[in-house]
Design a protein around this ligand. Structure first.
Ligand SMILES: [Zn+2]
Length: 258
């Protein structure tokens, strides 16, 4: 069947169709919007709305039942009992459903659903092996900006990020290959700064993307095999070696993406 969006795009409107109708929104819809989010689960499998609702109610620990409306496959409008629950969930991003990324955005009642974008999400990126002089907000912002938009640097009031790594919250473009690190030059010396991602969901270890383009995996293996793997996950320290190899086998075969 022909793509309906393409059919609608080429229509030549007659006079009646072309008259613009002025819309007045009711106040009630605005109040509900303040308690709502829109979200999309990044998975090839179509998941039942009820399963998602029941699972996320447990994960988010919301006292009252959530209202879930599906507006496209795997895409939902989620209304919370109060704005506090909604804000807590937004602040705890990224979320996962069955290891797949659940991209969440503030409710947007003004964009047509087919034009909503779910191709970016915030992640806490850990920057490892930084010299102590670089463990601060300023350097974090500088390196982070080469990935994408820096939302926050986890630093104290003095701007220093003491610890074994520097944590930066970054809004990542899910279409891009996941950044594995950056080469930093300090006093004429190049050094490799590896990144690890907290709560990193299922991704494609073949091309290094969380979201494949519509045509599927571009299949560009970057260099040799093993260029991407579960070691990108900050929680990897909790896994035993056996889990690690099992996960790698699972995920490389799954062809996740759209
Ligand atoms: Zn891929």
């Amino acid at each position: 069947m022909e793509n309906l969006e393409e059919v609608w795009d080429r229509l030549q409107l007659n006079e009646e169709e072309n008259v613009s109708i002025e819309i007045n929104l009711s106040e009630e819809s605005g109040v509900k919007a303040k308690r709502s989010l829109v979200g999309k689960i990044i998975s090839n499998r179509v998941i039942s709305k009820e399963v998602v609702r029941r699972t996320m109610e447990k994960i988010w620990r919301v006292g009252k039942l959530l209202e879930f409306h599906e507006f496209r496959a795997n895409s939902f409008i989620i209304t919370f009992a109060n704005p506090g629950d909604k804000n807590r969930v937004l602040g705890g991003k990224p979320w996962q459903f069955d290891n797949c990324l659940f991209v969440l955005k503030p409710f947007d009642g003004f964009t047509q659903p087919h034009k909503m974008r779910f191709d970016n999400e915030e992640f806490w990126v850990q920057m490892h092996n930084l010299p102590l002089a670089c463990m601060n907000k300023c350097i974090g912002e500088q390196i982070g900006a080469t990935i994408e938009k820096v939302v926050e640097v986890d630093a104290g009031e003095d701007g220093m990020g003491w610890g074994s790594f520097l944590r930066i919250r970054i809004e990542c473009d899910l279409n891009k290959v996941v950044a594995r690190g950056r080469t930093v030059n300090l006093q004429g010396m190049n050094m490799w700064v590896p990144f690890m991602y907290e709560k990193l969901s299922r991704m494609c270890f073949r091309c290094g993307r969380i979201l494949h383009p519509e045509q599927g995996c571009p299949g560009e293996v970057v260099g040799a095999v093993g260029q991407f793997g579960p070691w990108l996950r900050a929680s990897i320290v909790k896994f035993k070696k056996s889990d690690e190899s099992r996960m790698r086998a699972d995920e490389e075969m799954s062809g996740v993406g759209n």
